[in-house]
Design a protein around this ligand. Structure first.
Ligand SMILES: *Cc1c(COP(=O)(O)O)cnc(C)c1O
Length: 366
């Protein structure tokens, strides 16, 4: 089976983890600080604050914005559940804008329609490695005095008109095992705001400014040095990782360009896609349904994934939730029935790529 995700660690990771083990100091320490400063420098963002996962990164980012009960955060319904869980954990109300079919991300036109007097935060998710259309989102935020929080869990180093993900105010990243950069579990919050960065550092450590001096009701969101040690070498070779993913995506795009009923993903003008996922759409015009398509891929030895099988609010737990406001999202409703992610990871050989292309063409009757 050609796997949809792989995890690769090299001798650099082994050596750094050993170094931490032998130092005897395994909790948050110098390696965490190093991971933060290197991440910030690599992507040209003033501050990066490490936390224990991408979900707590979102929660902490929302918490430092001091939201009040009834305040609304607008996001996309086509995301991983963590985005919604974080909004609810922070005590805010979640509302939803529709998405665009060309980048799978929040549609700024729909976003504009969903802004109310209670809206405080616009929360675009940069899905699959490509950023949302940030210019109109930024214009909306400025015109209406709103904050932007980017969920960039899947988009380390992605760019929009030369600007990196996480540089529009507050951004969060995941370092979970399947992400482009991983520490097993881990997360980062980026910001250009000195005050917010300082607040985040205090918040993640029980609200403690210095030993037993508490400044706010905080939490333990800390990452460990053992985990940070895993992430540092991956940052150093991240450019290579991304170019391998781009190479794979280019091959797949070329090989699948003319397959009937299948729409291949695109890197839109002005955007730098980091190809966390390579997600095709199996449309109603295809010869087989999306679910049969996925079964046949498995039979042919090709791993695939459906990210995500339902819109995030489309579960009883959320449909009944008093702080989840569901609205009409026709594009997202359609897209969620069509997506299939194919392997694009750095371990793929040329032969693997040919095999993936051949399998898709066979199933679709191309
Ligand atoms: C992975 C992911 C998260 C959560 O990150 P964890 O590190 O798993 O907590 C949040 N949002 C999106 C879009 C993700 O893909």
């Amino acid at each position: 089976m050609i796997p949809i995700t792989t995890v690769q660690f090299g001798p650099e990771e082994e050596q750094l983890v050993l170094e931490v083990l032998r130092s005897g100091a395994v909790a948050q320490g110098p390696k965490v600080a190093q991971l933060e400063s290197r991440f910030a420098k690599l992507f040209g963002i003033p501050h990066a604050v490490a936390v224990n996962n991408g979900t707590t990164a979102l929660v902490a980012a929302l918490q430092v914005l001091d939201l009040k009960p009834g305040d609304e955060v607008i996001t996309t319904p086509f995301t991983f559940v963590a985005t919604l869980n974080a909004i609810l954990e922070a005590g805010a109300t979640a509302t939803f804008a529709d998405i665009r079919a060309d980048d799978f991300n929040i549609d700024p036109a729909s976003l504009a329609e969903r802004i109310t007097d209670r809206t405080k935060v616009l929360l675009p998710v940069h899905l699959y490695g490509q950023m949302a259309d940030m210019d109109p989102i930024q214009e909306l935020a400025e015109a209406r005095g709103l904050r932007i929080l980017e969920d960039a869990a899947q988009s380390h180093g992605a760019s929009y008109k030369g600007r990196h993900a996480g540089s529009y105010g507050l951004g969060t990243f995941s370092l979970y095992a399947t992400k482009n950069i991983t520490t097993g579990e881990g997360g980062l919050i980026t910001t250009d705001d000195d005050v917010l960065a300082d607040k985040l550092r205090v918040l993640r450590n029980q609200g403690m400014r210095s030993r037993y001096v508490y400044e706010m009701a905080g939490h333990n969101y800390r990452l460990t040095d053992l985990q940070a040690a895993l992430g540092i070498p991956q940052l150093e070779r991240y450019e290579k990782t991304v170019s391998a993913r781009r190479h794979n995506a280019d091959r797949l795009i070329e090989g699948l360009a003319d397959v009937p009923g299948v729409v291949v993903p695109r890197q839109l003008e002005g955007r730098g896609h980091v190809w966390h996922q390579f997600t095709i759409r199996v449309t109603p015009e295809a010869r087989v349904s999306r679910d049969v398509f996925v079964e046949k891929l498995a039979e042919l030895g090709i791993g695939s994934g459906i990210y995500y099988p339902k819109l995030v609010f489309d579960y009883d737990a959320y449909r009944r939730h008093p702080r989840v406001v569901i609205s009409d999202v026709p594009v997202a409703q359609q897209i969620v029935t069509e997506v299939v992610s194919l392997p694009v990871n750095t371990t793929l050989s040329d032969a693997d790529l040919s095999e993936i292309i051949a399998a898709v063409r066979t199933i679709a009757g191309a």
